[in-house]
Write a new protein. Structure first.
Length: 48
């Protein structure tokens, strides 16, 4: 399994995307959003 999926305890990337969408204030989701922002990749707003 992929390390990223392991870290988020997700079985697939679609499950990971659901986690990001459904739990925007989760500590791990916030970490991922901050990391991706370093590469100018937007994954949604935590205030949605």
């Amino acid at each position: 399994m992929n390390k990223l999926l392991e870290y988020f305890e997700a079985e697939s990337y679609s499950e990971l995307l659901e986690l990001v969408e459904n739990k925007p204030n989760d500590e791990k989701v916030i970490e991922l959003r901050e990391l991706l922002s370093l590469f100018n990749i937007e994954v949604g707003d935590s205030n949605e």
